[in-house]
Design a protein around this ligand. Structure first.
Ligand code: AMP
Length: 191
């Protein structure tokens, strides 16, 4: 089983690379951002609460996100090749809950793949995406906030997995194929 986390600042290419990883390694994809956007589109109560955080560039409260995650992981069942977590964990508290959840089920995270991209390039990508994504958070003000939140709250998650020796820093600059090649080298070594 290959269970991985893909992380990096907003706009680093997590979603694009996740799709390629899912196809090659036949993993189940779990994007907490996508799950929240589905709730927003369905106008559920949870979606409305989530939107008030997302549109300001803040993280959704840990408890809310952990509940969604646990429900969705359970739904995958046991007969799978593994999971790719995209956009989770985003805080140390989420990482700790994830580790407890995995070890309770005799499973483990094999590696956290950390995509690094220069700040100017991130902003450029997100503003471009904003022209077509319809996302309430792809505008300059919210992007600036999201990058700050990433540095403060999410970067420590990388440190957490570095300390567990389950960490791979990947250069996220270049073509989609080049970046995927770098990720594949890391993942192949974990099979
Ligand atoms: P993403 O699509 O991963 O960029 O997520 C979009 C937004 O959803 C983030 O800026 C957060 O507001 C929220 N979100 C997604 N995943 C999480 C998470 N693991 N913890 C808290 N908030 C999250």
């Amino acid at each position: 089983m290959l269970n991985i986390i893909i992380c990096g600042a907003p706009g680093c290419g997590k979603g694009t690379q996740s799709d390629l990883i899912v196809e090659k390694y036949k993993l189940k994809h779990l994007s907490t951002g996508d799950l929240l956007r589905k709730e927003i589109a369905n106008k559920s109560e949870l979606g409305q609460v989530a939107e008030s955080f997302i549109s300001k560039g803040n993280l959704v409260p840990d408890e809310m996100i952990i509940n969604i995650l646990a429900k969705n992981i359970e739904a995958f069942g046991n007969d799978i090749n593994g999971i790719i977590l995209d956009g989770f964990p985003r805080t140390l508290a989420q990482a700790e809950v994830l580790e407890t959840m995995m070890s309770k089920n005799s499973k483990e995270i094999n590696v956290l793949v950390d995509l690094s991209v220069k700040k100017e390039e991130l902003i450029d990508r997100l503003l471009k995406r904003g022209q077509t994504s319809g996302r309430s958070d792809d505008n300059m003000e919210t992007i600036t906030k999201r990058l700050e939140v990433y540095e403060k709250q999410t970067a420590p998650v990388s440190k957490f997995y570095q300390n567990l020796d389950k960490y791979a820093a990947i250069n996220g600059m270049g073509s989609i194929d080049e970046i995927f090649g770098r990720i594949s080298t890391v993942l192949d070594s974990k099979l």
